[in-house]
Design a protein around this ligand. Sequence first.
Ligand code: SDX
Length: 384
Amino acid sequence: MTSAPTHAKGLEGVIAGETEICNVEQSALIYRGYEIADLAENASFEEVAYLLLVGRKPSASELESFENELKSERSIPDSVRSFLKTSGDLVHHHSAVPMDLLRTGVSMLAHLDPDCQDNSPEANLRKSKRLLAKIPTIIGHMQNAIDARDFIEPDSSLSHAANLLWMMTGEKPSDEAVKVMDVSLVLYAEHDYNASTFTSRVIAGTLSDLHGAVTGAIAALKGPLHGGANEAAMEMLAEIRADIGHENDNAKIHAWMEKAFADKRKLMGFGHRVYKNGDHRAPILHGLGRKAAEARGEEFVKLFDLGEEVQRIMETEKNIFPNVDFPCGMTYYTMGIPVPQYTPIFVASRITGWCAHIMEQHANNRLIRPRAAYVGPATRNWND
Ligand code: SDX
């Protein structure tokens, strides 16, 4: 080593590489030059997926063929369907959770993908589109099996977001629900070197294959300090609701929060390694989710009222702000989505960011291999 070791725990603040895909700053969140609020307002998830994977905004004809290609790739192989039929047993009678089943399903798709061992840009793009198209089908079939019902097959008349909702429930979603889902997929799609994306780049950096890198990323995203926080945030709000009762008594909410602070609990859906003054995505999703709650009824409005009081206390007493996972939990709950599918839906979106980074890593690779500062025992002899 030529210079004294410099390291930051958790690589905090370390620039670990360059990317053309995304910029995450206090000032703005940008996907390939477009601000997140602009994309959430004006672009569909399919357009954002094309932007991330191909590198530019699609023309109308490019978008149409991209959408059609995704629709044509929604079905999954029989062996994966057979595995997913066991989801109910694995979840209800063993220790599987949907994120684990999704990880296994994606890993199985590798064995049946003709391009699996080919890391060329063309093959990687083909694999990225297949995974983007098939992950919602894995989620849907898994949920069907957990609900002990027959598989609901993909519907090629539906958009990506609408088809995801359709396959989980068997009901054609309302335009409003599709819009909320579509925007949430846009918001979740990409976020520079977050833990799961960095995991995918480390794996791709050894010249391992795209499916392997995505499988590792899914495992990383599951953790409640990362993508798993959207489920954990809703579980936390359910715990508060159970403790304080059906009415939102602010004194009781405040007492619950004070005890959480005293117990040094991490409040799920709050804080961020980069954003210290708030997550650009959170207010966008919160606004949409609150509107959905007002349309759905009093129980869901009360949930958002509770969440907003928790948020007010965190901001005023701890100067800690909600990240995207906090409004996501309340929003997906309002939409009737089972809590254990919140992070798998995050995967259905972030597959676009992960694949963009894997392709960027393969295209201009250097093995990612940092050093460690040794703090163990001084050199000693075994026979002493
Ligand atoms: C995502 O990286 C990304 O971009 C991720 C993501 C993406 O799109 O890919 O944005 C998605 O993962 C969002 C984050 C979801 N995770 C959570 O909501 C889990 C709860 N949050 C915390 O665990 C925490 O805020 C992290 C992990 C998100 C960030 O942690 P850091 O940067 O390591 O900060 P820290 O843990 O060192 O906290 C600094 C201080 C600490 O106080 P002290 O111990 O120094 O006294 O702030 C406190 C923390 O205790 N703190 C919290 C808190 N977050 C920070 N205290 C209570 N509740 C929290 N949520």
